[in-house]
Design a protein around this ligand. Structure first.
Ligand code: BG6
Length: 481
């Protein structure tokens, strides 16, 4: 029995991702086990009918219908709370733990017996002040805290936040959300690597030339300037989502997928990760910002002219970094991470490029291209690119691809993340030490940027990104350019 309290009920994250994910979860086959009550909270006084409408609309947007959703909509409650005021949040948690469907003291009330999950769907600064307003002992045993990214704004602030959290609840009751870990294709890396005899023996510097993790989007800001202009592509995507992907790709095989084993393996990989050339950070990174252009048929103004953007802040909308993973397995293999917005093509994939064979039998004609394994994160697919004997000449090599589309999974990424949170399973949550490591990895890059050692390049919206070959030749959809 759980009460989920969403702080930031009026926010975009709540209506666009969180509540649809929740409704999706309730109507899935996991829904039956969840005895859930929902409380929405925000700063302003609002009508109960407004909140009920928000929850209903979110469920409709997810196409989620049925008795479980109806019960959630009918029983949910809205509360106005100033989270930064000492005592307010603690009071709300006490109340939430003592109420069931029908409201406090109402029918179905399971007095004082519900665990409370406190979901901070708030801007990072507000989350920080809410946590600082809580006192040790304020939160009843069993309370779980859910925090959105970015977790802090650098290593030091993440460490401070971690220290504060340990005074409130145990570490395994803290869920640092990275919704990429809830994507079924991302989780598929586990099956692909560890359930097939074919790949794992090849998964090392002996056979792998390079690893590229690319997350290029054709969308602009989508009304999120207030958040994005303070984060930028590095914190928004690379430091968070893409490093989580790197961890899953680079980690040693865990013995089990338990929270301890999986997160230990990821943490060890991230602790071993550093800039490709630590003596010359500027040579390992690129940053750029979009200028006016056209994406498809749509014109997009320059990022710097977007409402809510301060051009002087020099926020990057594209970030690229080359990293090394200092382990026996990966010594000498570059991991290139790149993400940008307002680009021509949506390209979301990890590409493992294998080395050439040691000897190509003389007489086989054509140019040998490296074997490539592509793991697509939208569209969700896996493709193995190979050189095979061609149709026209029996001794000529031609490129062939073995490809399969993956099912999007029963749950949305947020549904999957919420399932873990509501079941008290931290497997898919980012552990405190890992959150700090992710900042440590990008620290020298951010420093080099702020010292002006890396120019802020530009690219027209709708283009392929800034000109030039970048840090490493791009492995695009056709191969190596
Ligand atoms: C979010 C970022 O965490 O992830 C966005 O803040 C980004 O900027 C998004 O667009 C990408 O995730 P998805 O699930 O929409 O592919």
């Amino acid at each position: 029995m759980t009460t989920l309290v969403v702080l930031g009920a009026a926010g975009d994250l709540t209506s666009r991702l969180l509540l649809p994910g929740l409704a999706d979860l309730l109507v899935s086959h996991h829904g039956g086990d969840l005895d859930l009550h929902l409380v929405g909270a925000d700063r302003d006084e609002r009508e109960q009918a407004w909140w009920t409408g928000v929850v209903r609309a979110a469920a409709e947007s997810a196409g989620a219908r049925g008795p479980a959703v109806d019960a959630l909509v009918e029983s949910t409650r809205y509360a106005a709370v100033d989270v930064s005021e000492r005592g307010s949040l603690a009071r709300l948690v006490q109340e939430a733990g003592a109420e069931g469907p029908g409201g406090p003291g109402g029918p179905g009330d399971e007095a004082s017996s519900r665990d409370v999950v406190l979901y901070f769907a708030l801007p990072p600064a507000v989350t920080g002040s809410a946590l600082r307003a809580l006192q040790p002992g304020d939160l009843p045993h069993g309370t779980r805290l859910v925090l959105e990214k970015p977790f802090g704004h650098d290593r030091e602030s993440a460490a401070e936040l971690n220290e504060l959290l340990t005074t409130l609840v145990p570490e395994d009751h803290v869920h640092r959300v990275d919704h990429f870990l809830g994507k079924s294709t991302v989780l598929n890396i586990l099956g692909l690597r560890f359930a097939n005899r074919l790949f794992e023996p090849m998964w090392s510097a002996e056979h792998v030339e390079r690893v590229d993790v690319v997350f290029d989007e054709d969308l602009g800001l989508a009304g999120r300037a207030g958040y994005y202009d303070h984060a930028g592509a590095m914190a928004d995507m690379v430091q968070s989502h893409l490093l989580q992907l790197l961890a899953l790709l680079a980690m040693e095989p865990p013995s089990t997928i338990s929270p301890r084993d999986l997160r230990d393996a990821k943490a060890a990989a991230l602790r071993a990760t550093r800039l490709w050339d630590e003596d010359d950070p500027a040579s390992c990174t690129r940053r750029a910002r979009w200028t006016a252009g056209t994406i498809g048929d749509e014109k997009l103004g320059a990022y710097a002219d977007e409402p809510g953007v301060d051009p002087e802040r020099e926020t990057e909308t594209l970030a690229e970094v080359v990293l090394a993973v200092d382990t026996w397995r990966w010594a000498g293999v570059p991991f290139r991470l790149r993400s940008g917005k307002a680009l021509s093509t949506r390209r979301k994939e990890a590409v493992i490029t294998f080395k050439h064979v040691p000897h190509l039998p003389t007489g086989l004609l054509g140019t040998q291209s490296p074997t490539r394994l592509r793991i697509g994160f939208g569209p969700d697919d896996v493709t193995l690119e190979l050189d095979l004997n061609g149709e026209d000449d029996a001794f000529g090599l031609e490129r062939a691809a073995l490809s399969t589309e993956l099912s999007p999974g029963e749950l949305t990424a947020y549904g999957q993340v919420l399932l873990g949170v509501l079941k008290g399973d931290p497997t898919l949550s980012v552990r405190g030490d890992t959150a700090e490591q992710c900042w440590r990895v990008v620290e020298p890059v951010v420093r080099a940027w702020s010292q002006g050692l890396v120019p802020l390049e530009t690219y027209p919206a709708g283009s392929g990104g800034p000109r030039g070959t970048g840090l490493m030749a791009d492995v695009d959809a056709q191969g190596c350019v």
